[in-house]
Design a protein around this ligand. Structure first.
Ligand SMILES: Cc1ncc(COP(=O)(O)O)c(C=O)c1O
Length: 477
């Protein structure tokens, strides 16, 4: 038990150093303590330095934890009085209420630049309900029983045809396993790679923070590889000794760069040299605006690439369907992992997705939302240039997020925290760094990751102006 302030609150924070990022563990436990009222409204949390000392973690980790809790409305911070527990409404923190959420206890959200959410107002619910209704009427009764854990033959055929047509892939139905979204596909693929003797996986740094946790749970050692303006640094990958790598080649998450042509060739050569495997996260390749489509790596070297797809960006995360397209030697292992974990993917939903894609409604939806995202991106680019000057926004050629580079000397953390108090939710690039320490974060060029999938053009205009104020506020002498 950590008794963290003299006369202050006494809350149990127990860290398991083998169980994933410590910051996430601390965040979860503090949130639970606030929700359960073990930490009451107005109680003062210890300083970041003090809590870092008590828990034996870096100060940067605690700063990130407090920023996250601030952005979610669990705590408040005021100059001179530190960080205090916010008053909770009866149903929980304001940040969890449906509809308008709050960045601090009372401030309504003006713009939510959180990464990763597509335009929820554009989810094609009428088309989806048509597809579910048709699936319910037409799926043979026999297929309501025990189904193939690899997924419905129909969806595997439709998805692989789509991947060949749109992503220049070359997989066929026998190479495909239907899963509950990318994350499950990754977990099942990694468990299978571990059984094939692969012990270490390299991950993009910066990159999505959960992937190292998923890798460790599958029994693999996860190591970072830096990303630069041409994507993953293949030279540094070679130095890691890993035989597997996970990357986002079409639009790097979160920097937005595409893997350069010579890097693509080098990567494929690396996989052949080390008898390795490339896991291709193809999460938002459908959304590109003014550059040539970048084909899937799977089409380039099908014997070495496992392509992971999902409808979380193209339709909605709630549909929870995705696919793994794997070289034949890995398919039985992935199917067996799927069978053991959940027997198979939901049959009616699989049929509905197959019908949606086959009918042309899926493509029509993509054409429609691509124009919505293009318009948002154009507003974002114009506003960012007006507020921050030219050349600050990167990764705009594709996807639904961009990287805003801040001037050297700007504190990314302070901007994120200040913006939260002004009603703008955003994350700094440090959030995507592989196990960063406070000192490392300070040395890296500051930047913000701006998701623009689920913010209106008006919110973008207001949000960017507010962000510019947040930057001025924190850099003012
Ligand atoms: C980098 C990346 N990969 C994949 C996904 C899709 O994940 P899932 O299908 O588990 O929702 C996302 C969505 O947020 C993502 O950001």
């Amino acid at each position: 038990m950590v008794d963290w302030t003299r006369g202050g609150p006494d809350v149990l924070v127990v860290l398991d150093r083998r169980a994933g990022p410590l910051g996430i563990q601390i965040q979860d436990q503090l949130r639970a303590a606030i929700r359960d009222r073990r930490l009451g409204a107005g109680e003062r949390l210890p300083s970041t330095r003090r809590l870092a000392e008590l828990l034996g973690v870096s100060r940067g980790t605690i700063v990130d934890v407090y920023e996250q809790l601030l952005a979610e409305g669990y705590v408040e911070s005021a100059v001179g009085s530190g960080t205090r527990v916010a008053a909770m409404p009866a149903g929980g923190p304001a940040g969890q209420a449906p509809g308008v959420v709050a960045a601090s206890s009372s401030r309504p959200i003006e713009a939510d630049f959180e990464y990763g959410i597509p335009d929820l107002g554009s989810v094609p619910l009428t088309d989806w309900s048509w597809a579910v209704s048709k699936a319910t009427r037409t799926l043979p009764t026999a297929e309501l029983g025990d189904e193939d854990p690899a997924g419905s033959r129909h969806l595997r055929e439709v998805v692989t045809a789509y991947h060949r047509r749109v992503r220049s892939g070359c997989a066929v139905a026998e190479d495909a396993v239907v899963v509950s979204g990318f994350r499950q596909g990754l977990a099942l693929a990694l468990a299978t790679l571990a059984q094939h003797g692969i012990q270490r996986i390299a991950l993009e740094d910066p990159g999505p923070r959960e992937h190292d946790v998923i890798a460790r749970r599958a029994g693999l050692d996860a190591v970072p590889v830096p990303v630069d303006d041409h994507g993953l640094d293949v030279g540094r990958l070679r130095e890691t000794g890993a035989r597997a790598v996970l990357l986002t080649p079409a639009h790097q998450c979160p920097t937005g760069v595409a893997l350069g042509p010579s890097r693509r060739r080098d990567l494929v050569a690396w996989a052949d040299e080390v008898d390795g495997v490339i896991l291709e996260d193809d999460y938002d390749a459908e959304f590109r605006y003014d550059r040539q489509p970048v084909g899937s790596l799977q089409g380039l070297n099908p014997a070495r690439v496992i392509a992971l797809g999902s409808v979380s960006k193209t339709l909605a995360p709630a549909i929870r369907l995705g696919w793994v397209l794997a070289p034949p030697r890995f398919v039985p292992g992935i199917v067996e992992e799927k069978r053991l974990s959940s027997r198979g993917a939901p049959g009616l939903d699989q049929e509905a997705l197959a019908l949606l894609m086959e009918s042309g409604r899926f493509d029509r939806h993509l054409r429609r939302v691509r124009e919505i995202y293009r318009a948002r991106r154009d507003v974002l680019a114009a506003e960012a240039e007006a507020a921050f000057g030219p050349g600050r926004l990167h990764g705009l050629a594709a996807g639904c997020h961009a990287l805003l580079r801040l001037s050297d000397g700007t504190s990314e953390r302070a901007v994120v925290a200040t913006a939260a108090t002004m009603g703008v939710r955003v994350k700094g690039l440090a959030h995507y760094r592989f196990a960063p320490t406070g000192a490392e974060i300070e040395q890296r060029p500051p930047a913000l990751v701006l998701g623009f999938g689920n913010v209106s053009e008006l919110q973008i205009r207001r949000g960017i102006r507010t962000l510019a104020k947040a930057v001025r506020h924190q850099t003012a002498p």
